[in-house]
Design a protein around this ligand. Structure first.
Ligand SMILES: *Cc1c(COP(=O)(O)O)cnc(C)c1O
Length: 481
């Protein structure tokens, strides 16, 4: 076949990748209908269906010929949407719930249709500037001064990794010094921080696990003692990782006292506020999370506290230049986009080059709804946590963790007789088997402990009342067994 004919044949098939307008319209309606059916069923479907028995493999059925959309959506509903945790459900009160607000889905759709590249101003000055402004806004929300800014990441884990790398570079920590450098944290720090330290080549650093008070907050006095000992031993105190809302218990480390010590000992002060950071939008938020404004770096997760769908974290750095210094590289083939004297681009602040246009899914809902509903939803979660705590404390047999400052409550039932750990484990299983609400458990001081984590925008008083009802019913059943 002549090359012209070959091209024509290939083109004819390849053009199927660009469906005509009528086809797009049909798919749009089918997907919209599917999404609407999903949303409207949320109040009836469980928050959790045990994945036990669900197949571990997914038959891809990839073939040369395409398929209709309808059967594919049916498979999605049956095999993906149904089993496991329903993260769109207001009954999801386990781990730290994500969100999934509607306008973010529309924004993702638009970002994907336009396939906007926000990494460099040359490619899309509008998108790049939007992401930089959002970085500034988030940094301001964290309390950081002029000159700060941030990077929109895929989540808190990558944001924490970026912070560790930035701290390492800013402190000019070479590989040979790693074994002598000390990193200060508590046993309640999120495990992604440990992973980040490992990935960033700091696996051989000395981890100083600082004791906590009864509310699982780092003890400033214990930290100071350790810092003195390390300095006296000629070691290099390097980084302090505080949590502003630990995942397990919602505890806020004493940030002002820690900031003070970080300053005195020349530590990089990192605050992991992936869960708790957006509570700064609440009326007393900047008081509640005071001290964060003194951080060198802060992590916040919009896919937690701003109720976005998964895939949105943020790393905020006091001196944006330090974030860039740790990440910026140029390449010859990028010379049109990246002239030598250019200002910073989003791609200079991250290990990623190509990536989704994450700014739009953040900006669109903030503008469409305004800030007030976000503030109210966060306030509501804190009030509900207090409500749950107070309700449970009035019932016999319940042992409660610290009074919640944010929206995590830890609790366990102490049965009249028998092993409390085993009892709470069975209680957890009963709640999971029921599935109308979903909560999770943890180990605290060696005890099997239940947790309530309120952060879903669809969680309201009805869901918390349903959980209370489940707890009462199942405890009674288990006590009578
Ligand atoms: C959720 C969480 C993380 C990890 O964030 P991902 O977005 O899941 O990667 C880190 N730290 C804290 C405190 C968290 O709650």
């Amino acid at each position: 076949m002549a090359i012209d004919d070959q091209i024509r044949a290939a083109e004819q098939l390849a053009r199927q990748l660009e469906p005509p307008a009528a086809q797009r319209e049909l798919w749009w309606q089918q997907v919209g209908g599917h999404a609407e059916a999903f949303l409207q069923s949320l109040s009836e479907v469980p928050a959790f269906r045990s994945p036990q028995g669900a197949p571990r493999s997914f038959a891809l059925e990839l073939e040369e010929q395409g398929s209709d959309l309808a059967p594919l959506l049916q498979r999605l509903a049956a095999e993906v949407d149904a089993p496991g945790i329903n993260p769109a459900s207001g009954g999801h009160m386990g781990y730290i719930p994500g969100g999934g607000i509607y306008p973010s889905a529309l924004a993702d759709y638009l970002a994907d249709i336009t396939n906007r590249f926000a990494g460099v101003h040359f490619a899309s000055p509008g998108a790049a500037a939007m992401e930089q402004s959002l970085g500034r806004w988030l940094a301001e929300l964290a309390g950081l001064p002029a000159g700060s800014g941030g990077d929109l990441t895929s989540g808190g884990s990558l944001a924490n990794l970026g912070a560790v790398v930035t701290a390492r570079e800013a402190s000019q920590l070479g590989a040979r010094q790693v074994p002598d450098c000390c990193i200060y944290l508590t046993a309640q720090v999120h495990h992604c921080v440990n992973r980040a330290l490992h990935v960033a080549g700091l696996g051989e650093a000395r981890l100083r696990i600082i004791p906590m008070d009864q509310c699982y907050r780092m003890e400033g006095a214990a930290l100071e003692k350790q810092l003195q000992a390390d300095a006296a031993a000629g070691l290099k105190p390097f980084m302090l990782v505080a949590s502003a809302g630990t995942t397990d218990t919602g505890a806020i480390d004493p940030l002002p006292a820690l900031a003070e010590l970080a300053e005195r000992y020349g530590l990089w002060f990192h605050v992991d506020a992936a869960y708790g950071g957006f509570f700064r939008l609440c009326e007393d938020g900047s008081q509640l999370l005071a001290g964060m404004e003194r951080a060198d770096s802060v992590v916040m997760d919009p896919h937690k506290g701003l109720f976005l769908p998964y895939g949105s974290g943020a790393l905020l750095v006091r001196d944006l230049g330090q974030l860039a210094a740790a990440h910026r590289y140029d390449a010859a083939y990028m010379q049109d986009a990246l002239p030598a004297d250019r200002p910073l681009d989003p791609a200079d602040l991250s290990t990623e080059l190509s990536r989704p246009f994450r700014g739009l899914r953040l900006w669109l809902p903030l503008r469409l709804f305004g800030l007030a509903p976000f503030r109210a939803a966060l306030e509501e979660k804190r009030l509900l946590a207090r409500y749950f705590y107070e309700q449970l404390s009035q019932l016999p047999g319940w042992e409660l963790g610290p009074r919640p400052e944010l929206s995590v409550v830890t609790y366990r039932y102490v049965p009249a007789q028998g092993d409390a750990d085993a009892f709470n484990q069975r209680l957890m299983q009963a709640i999971h088997a029921d599935g109308r609400v979903f909560v999770t458990s943890t180990q605290l001081d060696g005890r099997f402990t239940l947790r309530l984590a309120l952060l879903h925008f669809r969680t309201h008083k009805a869901q918390v009342d349903l959980l209370l009802e489940c707890l009462k019913t199942f405890v009674e059943e288990l006590e009578n067994e």
